[in-house]
Design a binder for this molecule. Structure first.
Ligand code: ARG
Length: 393
């Protein structure tokens, strides 16, 4: 009997060619499509998998799980890689990998496959997650092995095997998209000096051509979870979709950076994350209001480590899980409302409130209502500086 391979299938050229390539080598291929908000897994993509030889196509709508169990924890941890990347692609990989393993188990398959290249991060994220969950599953990475040297050769192969590829819709970039953001690379972007041309960005308007009037949006959080926009409750997916539209119209959430990949190289990456950008600003500001100094500053130190673990495919590892437990504990008082002003690419917090606010106007004010005991400061400073007296000479 042929072995069964469950392939993480996107509907694009690479994974369609993977289907055929694997069947030609004697495997029965099940194409698994995860909907993480990249746009509907279209009937066309399903038909393409079948045409390429997939014995079965399985589609799962993972949008809610993605937002609630992957994006929200990353938001709460303030996970931003190298200061500029909100990790949209990186967050989706462990989720897709976990479902890949689940599908394999249900079907009694002995192998899984993905369409990642040998120099990206995604192969690392898929494979580490799969092996963390089931080290007995064989992992096949056709793109790392096969003979094609260029996209043209792949297209020839697809044509020869009557795989219906939509070459007209081909973008000059490599794009990965989900609810949390879009990652765009290659093509002209490979020149780090070149400004991304107008066709680079998928959804976010150029700030200079964004709406001419500012918009205000109020985001309410309950224990660190965004729950309402402008007073109206939304389920996680709907909330992110709405903020994506709003932010995109105001030119918010673009980034362009040189990034350090897991495999050791630097690469030029362009990202879009409108909702994530707005939510990060809002969530960080709410924490400034409700977390005490020690917790707030310690947590800021954890954010970079958390981001590195997510980026590097270590989502299910003990350290990452321990940091999750820490972050979860910090969110107990992260309840309140943040008001932001969106205008031509900028997203600024203009107001914040919380039942757990640590801000006391009567202590902070410079007006006559001041209740702060200024004379107590003298003794405080004397003892506070005591260890250092004379040591600067
Ligand atoms: N460099 C990003 C990351 O490692 C994005 C990779 C996305 N892949 C793509 N086909 N554009 O998370």
């Amino acid at each position: 009997m042929n072995r069964t391979v469950v392939l993480a299938y996107s509907g694009g050229l690479d994974t369609s060619v993977c289907v055929k390539w694997l069947t030609e080598r004697g495997s029965r291929v099940v194409a698994f499509m995860a909907d993480v908000g990249q746009g509907d897994p279209s009937a066309k993509a399903i038909a393409r998998a079948k045409a390429a030889g997939a014995s079965r196509v399985i589609v799962r709508d993972l949008r809610r799980e993605f937002v609630a169990d992957y994006c929200w924890p990353a938001l709460q941890a303030h996970a931003v890689y190298e200061g500029k990347y909100l990790l949209a692609t990186a967050l989706s990989r462990p989720l897709i990998a976990a479902h890949l393993v689940d599908v394999a188990h249900r079907l009694g398959a002995t192998a899984v496959a993905h369409g990642c290249t040998g120099k990206g991060n995604d192969q690392v994220r898929f494979e580490v997650t799969v092996r963390t969950l089931d080290p007995r599953l064989e992992i096949v990475a056709p793109v790392r092995e096969w003979e094609f040297k260029s996209r043209e050769e792949e297209i020839d192969y697809a044509k020869r095997h009557r795989i219906p590829i939509d070459i007209s819709k081909r973008s000059p970039y490599s794009i990965d998209q989900n609810l949390w953001g879009t990652s765009i690379e290659s093509g002209v972007l490979e020149d780090p000096q070149a400004e991304p041309p107008a066709d680079t960005y998928r959804s976010i308007r150029a700030p200079e051509r964004a709406k001419g009037a500012p918009a205000y949006v109020t985001v309410a959080f309950s224990r660190g979870v965004p729950t309402r926009l402008n007073g109206t409750a939304h389920a996680p997916v709907a909330l992110v979709e709405r903020l994506n539209r709003l932010g995109a119209a105001h030119g918010i959430g673009r980034s362009d950076l040189i990034e350090s990949r897991v495999v050791g190289i630097k690469s030029r990456e362009v990202y879009e994350a409108p909702a994530g950008t707005i939510l990060f600003e809002a969530h960080q500001e709410l924490e400034r209001l409700v977390l005490d100094r020690e917790l707030l500053q310690f947590k800021q130190g954890v954010a970079g480590d958390y981001a590195r673990l997510v980026y590097a495919g270590l989502w299910l590892t003990p350290l990452k899980r321990a940091l999750d437990a820490f972050v979860r504990q910090t969110q107990r008082r992260v309840t309140g409302t943040v008001r932001l002003k969106l205008f031509k690419g900028s997203c600024r917090v203009v107001g914040r409130s919380s039942p757990y606010s640590l801000y006391r106007e009567r202590l902070a004010t410079y007006s006559a209502r001041d209740a702060f005991d200024q004379r107590a400061a003298e003794g405080f400073i004397k003892l506070y500086g005591l260890p250092y007296e004379g040591s600067g000479k």
